[in-house]
Design a protein. Sequence first.
Length: 131
Amino acid sequence: MSYWRVFIVLPLGWAAVVCLTLLGAHLHPVVGGLFFLLMAPLAVAVLATTVRRLHDRNRTAWWLIPFVLAPFLLDQAADAIMRDGLLVALLMALASTGLGLWSFIDLGWLRGTRGANRFGEEPVSGRKAGA
């Protein structure tokens, strides 16, 4: 499945799981927790698709740090210090937004490596690595 198809379908699945979790938690906390466990496979699918796209761009999975982890951590830190250091929180939020925009453009819009790279053949060519 292509990068964009995954990132259109998975948020719909994520929203459905969130709704089921909230509904289940309203019925009983254990039921809500069971539905919450469905988020793990969705998170794995997102990470796997992102790593595949990084490989298509001839980048290692370590690029998940600036593209996924750093924006998340910067947002969390900005929220935590919002009352004490508004300027620092604003700078962190801007840095998070910049990293998010960079990853959106890099992974979503730039073409993958033409031909084979260190991770194998070009995925859109339909050829298998080593074939």
